[in-house]
Design a protein around this ligand. Structure first.
Ligand code: NAX
Length: 332
């Protein structure tokens, strides 16, 4: 019998977690034969709502689920965890300044980093979903110094999936036929969705996406803007932010981290920069990565046009500014 793995989801009473926990429990992410102990963390006022989520999970009657722990105590939630989905964060409220938002999130991710440092397995794999995701992940890692920096990541897979979906809609093929789309940089409107190295399989033939689309103007303008603004468009339509698609993307990210990427294909993940592609080391930057044995490596040697380089510089500068502001809050 396979030992259960311990998986924590923070922000567990929220809307992304509502889709995500079901996916975790039914085996989509860690495999159909992997038993799960699920740890759910939220803040004290949400414990009643969280109990409702626990009841529903119980009522799903999923045999993989060995135990569910719902708590408002990070020291309990992170105990011996193998995988952490950091979904909970302070949302921006009306009249809140960026500085206040950063300050609130630094406080949350500092405390949770310290708990991860103390209680999680040293091999834990962490994805930060809560915004500002890249910077929150940096803060988390800073306060969990006993855990390798490479074990922390942030989610840009939703942006990758959105980019793939746009190309698939444009070409009338299913999204699995499109490989190697890249999201560079910040999970914000400065991100750079890049299809310069992407391919599409059409009627059994693999061709560059650019050759299939044959519209450089679309790829440099409308496509990029659509992906960058997609989250805002969903909010406008739904009056709520992306949740189902965000949960699916968080699952895709963690699935590939545990199971590995296929062949030469890559996926995009926010990971700690080692200076690759001229990005300042120490920023949590979304790169194309390949994954083997639960370790990722940043794909090296991809050519960047002048247009692409400018986009990378812009998003890296934004991330640097955001991180410096967050670090200043840490010092307070
Ligand atoms: P919700 O507001 O529905 O849920 C957030 C939950 O987090 C709430 O239950 C809240 O009580 C909890 N929470 C707040 N502080 C906490 C703390 N200190 N410890 C534990 N739990 C805490 O938001 P939801 O729609 O689920 O979105 C969650 C986060 O994902 C937001 O920060 C959102 O901006 C971010 N997103 C990130 C995306 C990405 O691609 N990286 C895309 C989707 C989403 O916008």
């Amino acid at each position: 019998m396979t030992e259960p793995i311990r998986v924590v989801v923070t922000g567990a009473a929220g809307q992304i977690a509502y889709s995500l926990v079901y996916s975790v429990c039914k085996g989509d992410i860690f495999g159909p034969n992997q038993p799960i102990v699920l740890l759910l963390l939220d803040i004290t006022p949400m414990m009643g709502v969280l109990q409702g989520v626990v009841m529903e999970l119980q009522d799903c009657a999923i045999p993989l689920v060995k135990d569910i722990v719902a708590t408002d105590d990070p020291n309990v939630a992170f105990k011996d965890v193998d995988a952490a989905f950091m979904v909970g964060a302070m949302p921006r409220k009306d009249g809140m300044e960026r500085k206040d938002l950063l300050k609130a999130n630094v406080r949350i991710f500092k405390a949770q980093g310290q708990a991860i440092d103390k209680f999680a397995k040293k091999s834990v794999k962490v994805i930060v979903v809560g915004n500002p995701a890249n910077t929150n992940a940096c803060i988390l890692s800073k306060y969990a110094p006993s855990i390798p920096k490479e074990n922390f990541s942030c989610m840009t897979r939703l942006d990758q999936n959105r980019a793939q979906a746009q190309i698939s809609l444009k070409l009338g093929v299913t999204s699995d036929k499109i490989k190697n789309v890249i999201i560079w940089g910040n999970h914000s409107s400065t991100q750079y969705p890049d299809v310069a190295h992407a391919t599409v399989e059409i009627q059994g033939k693999v061709v560059p996406v650019a050759d299939a689309i044959k519209d450089d103007n679309y790829l440099k303008n409308e496509f990029i803007k659509t992906v960058q603004q997609r989250g805002a468009e969903v909010i406008k339509a739904r009056k709520l932010s992306s949740a189902m698609s965000a949960a699916k993307a968080a699952g895709d990210h963690m699935h590939d981290w545990f199971a590995g990427t296929q062949g030469d294909n890559w996926v995009s993940m926010g990971v700690i920069s080692d200076g690759s592609y001229g990005v300042k080391a120490g920023l949590m930057f979304s790169y194309p990565v390949r994954i083997k044995n639960r370790n990722y490596s940043i794909v090296q040697g991809l050519s960047l046009s002048e247009f692409a380089q400018q986009k990378l510089d812009l998003t890296a500068a934004e991330l640097d500014e955001e991180l410096q502001a967050a670090l200043a809050e840490c010092a307070d």
